[in-house]
Design a protein around this ligand. Structure first.
Ligand code: 6PG
Length: 245
């Protein structure tokens, strides 16, 4: 696990964009394609907009990029709470339509999860090894839509789970989420964590002596991949980095 502490949200966005571009170039060079699962929420929006700026967008071969999502709210794609909509509004780049693997939030959670799992199995065949997965940290310690003590955290066979979601954090709609086996199969996972509001929970997650279902983000431990926590100073307020070597 690596931890990179940067000054603020802008610096975090710049660093995340550099990692995204470098990982895309390496993956396309090695395998002819780059598979990335995007995070929802508010933090990554600025990153997606930054990647769409011509000076950066010109450094990515978008024709070979395949966009997926780590999770989605069960709402239509044009809904204000849709992670797909947020990404499409900000990541305005020339990705072929067939390379955008949307979770169909307009379906029932179970149907959307089944459809997404089929799409993943068609794309990855044996092992769903994303080149890059972007994740955020919820105030309650959730990541993707794996919420504290959720039964979905025990899923070891299915790649996608439908989860009910009736208590905060909002929006209180059912979700579809990648499961831990998929998240931990990635070549690289990058957490983007910004703001003082995350500081206490982030310290709990990073200082946790063992992984804990009450802190789902602590359960992200890639089997054979790189884990990077990209954090700004306000979010890092309670971290003692000497604990990490
Ligand atoms: C979602 C996200 C979720 C998000 C965290 C952090 O669908 O809401 O996937 O896991 O990453 O809640 O959200 P912020 O970046 O808005 O703090």
């Amino acid at each position: 696990m690596k931890i990179a502490i940067v000054t603020d949200m802008d610096a975090l966005t710049d660093a995340a964009a550099d990692f995204f571009i470098a990982r895309s170039q390496a993956s396309i060079r090695e395998n002819g394609r780059f598979s990335v699962a995007l995070s929802g929420g508010s933090t990554p929006r600025q990153l997606y907009a930054r990647l769409a700026q011509p000076a950066l967008a010109s450094r990515v071969n978008w024709e070979a990029v395949h966009l997926f999502w780590g999770d989605e709210r069960c709402v239509p794609p044009n809904h204000a709470d849709s992670n797909y909509r947020m990404a499409m509004e900000s990541l305005r780049v020339p990705i072929p339509e067939q390379n955008i693997h949307r979770i169909q939030g307009e379906l029932s959670p179970e149907e959307a999860a089944a459809q997404y799992e089929k799409e993943l199995r068609d794309f990855f065949e044996e092992t769903p090894r994303f080149d890059l997965i972007l994740l955020g940290l919820g105030d309650d310690g959730h990541t993707a839509s794996l919420f504290p003590d959720s039964p979905a955290l025990r899923e070891r066979t299915r790649w996608v789970a439908a989860v009910p979601h009736e208590t905060p954090p909002p929006p209180l709609v059912p979700r579809v989420t990648l499961t831990l086996p998929v998240l931990n199969a990635a070549r690289q996972v990058i957490f983007l964590v910004s703001g003082a509001g995350k500081a206490e929970r982030l310290a709990e997650v990073l200082h946790a002596p063992t992984v804990s279902p009450s802190l789902p983000a602590s359960m992200i431990q890639p089997d054979d991949g790189e884990l990077l926590w990209l954090i700004d100073k306000p979010a890092a307020a309670h971290i003692t980095t000497d604990r990490f070597g």
